[in-house]
Design a binder for this molecule. Structure first.
Ligand code: ATP
Ligand code: MG
Length: 262
């Protein structure tokens, strides 16, 4: 009986998630994500069970709609137990990015014992983003606050309001002070959290009322990763190019690198 009741609850959640996939900012969308081919994958039974577990354990109250549907993940806007907005990032269990991801896992001593298979790799990737967020958050760096992770589902604080995320820097004219903040974030990640973001760009930086918030830390590696210095150089170089394109006279990236690693 208990099992049947749970099955019904999971079915109901699956229906609610299906609705959420056709809803953005609380509004139905005709061109919604429901037609998107990833939908079946997003709603695979294991994923629905993982989200159900978060509701059962009181972490989440409900899932409201979709914020973003990308190739690697779908991000839902959900409500947490205290009524606060939560971002629910669901990693898609697909083989396409297996190789790219492997190069950000192998060599990071925190992830030595990953079992084979795409599914385990995706679960490990979600764990990795959660750990990276935890390390950065406890070091006082502006990142979404990690709340929970289970399988391919990561819950974190929502950056934005009413289901609309804060603008990313690639969508606005970024300011010089945002350049300085971004460099300070790279520096704090390195020196206080022993991390290199490794995928830094205007797409992964939010403009908020309280300054720049960095997110999408799945690729971030521990400093002991053999490529951490190369990734750091690339992050600094990408950020430099980005702010030059936005019309700013910025510091020499070599000097920035030297100061950070001194
Ligand atoms: N904590 C958050 N709060 C609000 N919105 C978020 C949050 N995290 C992610 N998003 C939204 O989801 C989008 C994708 O998130 P993210 O960059 O972490 O995933 P991704 O796997 O790189 O996605 P994509 O494949 O689309 O690049 C962001 O651009 C933003 O719109
Ligand atoms: Mg991203």
């Amino acid at each position: 009986m208990a099992h049947q009741a749970q099955d019904r609850d999971v079915d109901a959640l699956e229906q609610a998630l299906d609705n959420a996939l056709g809803t953005r900012h609380g509004q139905r969308v005709d061109d919604g994500f429901k037609g998107h081919k990833v939908v079946n994958e997003v709603l695979d039974r294991t994923t629905v069970h993982a989200i159900y577990g978060m509701i059962k354990s009181g972490i989440l109250l409900r899932v409201n709609g979709v914020v973003s549907a990308g190739k690697e993940s779908v991000v839902f806007w959900a409500t947490g137990k205290d009524g606060a907005d939560v971002a629910l990032k669901v990693y898609l269990v697909s083989t396409s990015n297996f190789k790219r991801r492997a190069s950000y896992m192998e060599g990071d001593p925190r992830f030595k014992n990953i079992r084979g298979g795409t599914r385990n790799m995706v679960y490990a990737w979600a764990q990795k983003e959660f750990k990276n967020l935890s390390g950065a958050h406890s070091a006082g760096i502006c990142v979404p606050e990690p709340i929970a992770v289970d399988k391919n589902v990561l819950a974190m604080s929502f950056v934005g309001q009413g289901g609309v995320c804060a603008p990313t820097l690639n969508k606005v004219r970024a300011t010089y002070s945002e350049y300085e903040e971004t460099i300070a974030i790279i520096e704090s990640l390195y020196s206080k959290a022993s991390l290199v973001h490794s995928d830094l760009s205007g797409y992964n930086l939010f403009r908020t009322g309280g300054g720049v918030t960095v997110f999408d830390l799945g690729s971030a590696v521990d400093l002991r990763h053999p490529s951490s210095l190369a990734f750091l150089k690339r992050d600094i170089s990408n950020v430099t190019d980005f702010f030059v394109r936005h019309g700013h006279e910025v510091k020499n990236p070599r000097d920035v690198l030297a100061r950070i690693t001194q």
